[in-house]
Design a protein around this ligand. Structure first.
Ligand code: ARG
Length: 400
């Protein structure tokens, strides 16, 4: 099968499914497929209507096997930016995405879609894993500042000419690459980045840990595939589930590693693991995260409510005659997993399309300091289960 035949076949599959879901007639789908066939014949590719783009993006969310927050998939706000043709315009659109999505704390699930790739040639690549992320630095003597998950990308940004203030929470610049051109970086204006300072409702002095996190998790390092077209630049966001921050970003030894400091604040005995000081600190750290977002008026869901909503999603999908796919190792929350129904059942990790996929990292090891190690495991969703998150390729499907 050549590229055009394959593209048409993918397009046809998508149009039939999409139009059926949108309650369009079979004739409408046939007509549209005929039109797409001619367009591919003439130009080698085709252009989605806004309606196709919007529903395709929503379907991709619905089929995101790692995501526990899929219940509102059908209300994803889809911003069409396929017409933009400069890095500056794209950076501006990313800032507008954040504005719309942040909504002064009442977060709106949003995706911005830039022009698709053309065959093997990339269209738009956002080098950031998320639109907002904190830089990470390692000093000569091994001391660490900021988020270790960002060490490699921070080095890349510095190579491009950016430099951060070297606090633990320096917001990284946006790095935009268009049509194989050189990447351009843009500072994200601090006033566009809503953040929440973390304090505990009843542990005095907690705020002295100096913790804060940003409001909007916006994954920008994945490509969106709809009907055979690949949108390399398609950043999307929802709101946070508390444990992503409280049980991973702040807690992992390879991230901010704050459990010992929290335990000390609480006066816990850290001389033996069996005092469960880690578990006790983890719970209070997560209480602090949830309470701080709540009192700041920033959308966030706890893992129990998220699991309950996921159960509603499963029920609705069943009612709509669709099979729910999911990746158990990712769906279970990293804290108290067995208290949720997700833990007690199995999920089919088949990959439906449309969907989001990880591609090759846009920057290469050549951009790193000589001798630096290649940390290719830096996954934006920060859940090390091994292998490709979506296809599962190379991974065991279990967290290691
Ligand atoms: N786990 C990632 C983080 O901690 C965010 C991934 C997307 N999360 C979401 N709730 N939409 O930054």
């Amino acid at each position: 099968m050549n590229g055009r035949t394959a593209l048409l076949a993918e397009a046809e599959l998508f149009i039939r499914k999409c139009y059926a879901e949108l309650e369009r007639t079979g004739e409408e789908a046939d007509r549209r497929i005929g039109e797409i066939a001619r367009e591919i014949e003439e130009s080698g590719t085709y252009v989605h209507t806004y309606e196709e783009l919007r529903h395709g993006a929503r379907m991709a969310w619905r089929s995101s096997n790692r995501c526990i927050g899929r219940l509102p998939w059908d209300s994803l706000h889809v911003i069409d930016r396929r017409k933009l043709s400069s890095e500056e315009e794209i950076a501006q659109a990313l800032i507008e995405h954040l504005d719309y999505a942040t909504n002064r704390g009442k977060i709106r699930p949003t995706i911005t879609i830039f022009k698709p790739d053309h065959g093997e040639r990339p269209g738009v690549r956002l080098w950031n894993e998320q639109l907002i992320r904190y830089a990470g630095y390692e000093s000569e003597n091994g001391g660490r500042i900021g988020d270790p998950a960002s060490l490699e990308f921070t080095r890349v940004c510095e190579r491009l000419g950016w430099s951060g203030a070297r606090t633990d929470f320096d917001v990284l610049p946006l790095v935009v690459q268009l049509d194989d051109g050189a990447p351009k970086w843009f500072e994200l204006p601090q006033e566009k980045v809503l953040e929440v300072e973390i304090r505990h409702p009843d542990i005095p002095g907690f705020e002295q840990l100096g913790l804060k996190w940003y409001a909007v998790p916006a994954v920008s390092g994945m490509r969106l595939e709809i009907g055979g077209l690949s949108y390399g630049g398609a950043p999307f966001n929802g709101w946070y589930m508390g444990t992503e921050i409280g049980a991973r970003n702040f807690a992992d030894e390879g991230r901010y590693n704050k459990l010992p400091a929290v335990a000390d604040l609480m006066g816990l005995d850290r001389s033996r693991r069996s005092t469960l000081w880690q578990d006790r600190a983890l719970v209070e750290l997560n209480v602090a995260v949830l309470e701080s977002y709540r009192s700041a008026g920033v959308s966030m869901i706890d893992h129990h409510t998220a699991a309950a909503q996921f159960e509603t999603f499963e029920k609705r999908e069943r009612e709509a005659g669709r099979a729910v796919t999911g990746n158990w190792a990712w769906l279970i929350p990293p804290m108290s997993p067995a208290t949720t129904h997700v833990f007690h059942k199995r999920y089919d990790n088949s990959i439906e399309k449309p969907n989001f996929f990880y591609g090759k990292k846009p920057y290469s090891a050549r951009m790193q300091e000589p001798g630096a190690s290649d940390r290719s495991s830096g996954c934006p969703v920060s859940r090390p289960s091994g292998g490709c998150p979506i296809t599962g390729a190379g991974g065991t499907g279990f967290r290691v």
